[in-house]
Design a protein around this ligand. Structure first.
Ligand code: CMC
Length: 447
């Protein structure tokens, strides 16, 4: 008996209207408008401006959406001041310690932790969708051998819509469920293929007797000529990393997936757009950028020089792995990642890793520096994940790919939530136009 399709019995309730409201006044005309205030279950209230343009003739201006809520969601909650992250109400620290990535996937998608029976069915579903259509393996061969694996991911995931036509009707909950299952299940296979292709290794097929993270390590690192022995510490660390990266509210890539999906685009195309957005160094590409930065710094005695550069307004250099749009306190994921980082390095017997020593020195100096304290710039999750991946033998160019393997579950959960939310419209922001006013065309001989 398969898992039920991802669909809600009742649609998401309308947000609660607060007894308080905001009044907006036009100072010139004296005209006032009352703006309703909506309350979430926890966190700041939001001013409902949906009728603002119709009522006032004005738009709002908020580049980077620093004060804008784009949707109502029940999936993930972040309190950036406290440094708190909850998936469906459960603290990330507890999930990282006691749960598994598969259980977290179920939680994010269905809203509740599974019973044993539900978990077994879900695992079965995912396991039997891990294999790629054989023609997808041929598709990889069209890429240059030295292609960046994120470029391959964007291409191959977008191309899934050409292979799985039977799950692209977004109005059908069964189609959405199959497409979502396929994406979560096949991302590790695509990621492993991207890696193996760049190394000239034969593609590996999934093994159904292994757990999700074990299977991922097996597909990445196994050699057809030898038996592959799973290291349980590395498998546990990988599972934890996947949990920590699984969702993060309305971040750039998730908002990209939602905006792409708001036009009715098929789920594979939407996830490919999320992967493209994740690739940037200010977002998921930061874990790769951290390693490049540590390599560029080179030795602990140059840390001060780079910290100075990061503080210089005229220098574009930033300390990668520091700062976050939402967290103005220690990133809770970074705390867990820091501990996992030490566990992995101990298990692998890496005692004196110069890059890690350098990272620790950088972390200490930045945390004590007035500039970083004042701007509340703490190490984020990417600061440590890159070091763990390096210790595991994963090449730098694969770091963001691993982030995508985890985040796909968040994208899928948020995309499904959006499709089922009757209040969602096509994402279409407006602008403050500052270009030329109306003018007449000038023929080329008169310019
Ligand atoms: N190094 C030096 N200065 C920084 C840094 C940094 N890493 N991050 C922010 N600042 C400064 C910035 O210059 C600005 O200064 P001022 O107020 O004088 O203009 C102030 O701190 C606020 O920064 P912002 O750029 O306005 O903040 P933002 O919310 O737009 O950017 C960020 C957030 C994550 C893009 C940024 O902190 C950054 O570029 N960090 C490095 C890249 C990184 O580690 N990204 C991974 C984020 S976590 C993974 C994920 O969720 O994707």
């Amino acid at each position: 008996m398969p898992c039920p399709p991802i669909t809600r019995e009742e649609s998401m309730p309308d947000p609660k209207l607060s007894s308080k409201s905001f009044t907006l006044t036009n100072n010139e005309t004296g005209q006032s408008w009352e703006l309703p205030l909506l309350e979430g279950s926890v966190g700041p209230s939001v001013i409902d401006i949906r009728k603002l343009y119709a009522d006032t003739g004005c738009f709002t201006y908020d580049p980077g959406y620093t004060s804008t809520g784009s949707c109502q969601s029940e999936i993930t909650y972040i309190d950036g001041e406290k440094g708190e992250l909850l998936y469906r109400g459960y603290p990330i620290e507890q999930l990282a310690e006691d749960s598994t990535f598969m259980e977290v996937c179920y939680l994010l998608i269905y809203g509740e932790l599974p019973t044993q029976d539900e978990k077994d069915k879900f695992l079965d579903r995912i396991t039997y969708h891990t294999m790629l259509h054989e023609q997808i393996n041929y598709f990889f061969r069209g890429f240059r051998r030295d292609s960046h694996p994120m470029a391959i991911m964007v291409g191959v995931v977008g191309a899934l819509s050409a292979f799985y036509h039977d799950s692209t009707d977004i109005t059908d909950p069964k189609h959405r469920f199959i497409a979502s299952t396929r994406m979560i299940a096949k991302m590790p296979s695509i990621a492993a293929n991207a890696y193996r292709y760049s190394r000239g290794l034969p593609f590996s097929y999934p093994r159904n007797d292994l757990k999700f993270s074990e299977n991922f390590l097996y597909m990445m690192f196994s050699n057809p000529c030898e038996e592959y022995v799973i290291n349980p510490i590395l498998a546990k660390a990988m599972d934890r990393i996947l949990i920590l990266h699984a969702d993060h509210e309305q971040n750039a890539s998730t908002s990209t997936v939602r905006i792409a999906g708001s036009s009715g685009a098929n789920p594979f195309a939407c996830i490919a757009s999320g992967i493209a957005s994740l690739w940037g160094p200010a977002h998921g590409g930061a874990n790769e950028a951290v390693l490049s930065m540590l390599e560029e710094i080179g030795s602990a005695d140059r840390v001060d020089e780079f910290v100075k550069r990061a503080k210089d307004k005229n220098d574009p250099f930033r300390l990668m792995g520091f700062g976050h749009r939402v967290y103005k306190n220690y990133d809770p994921r970074a705390k867990v990642m820091r501990q996992t980082c030490h566990e992995v390095l101990n298990d692998l017997g890496i005692k004196d890793d110069p890059l890690l020593d350098l990272a620790m020195k950088l972390e200490k100096i930045a945390l004590e520096d007035e500039y970083f304290i004042e701007k509340k710039l703490y190490p984020n999750v990417d600061f440590y994940s890159g070091i763990i991946f390096k210790a595991m033998g994963i090449p730098t160019s694969m770091f963001t790919v691993l982030f995508a393997v985890a985040r796909v579950v968040g994208w899928v959960a948020q995309w499904n939530e959006m499709i089922e939310d009757p209040s969602q419209k096509i994402g279409r922001p407006r602008q403050l136009y500052t270009g030329a006013k109306h003018r007449d065309f000038v023929p080329i001989d008169k310019r």
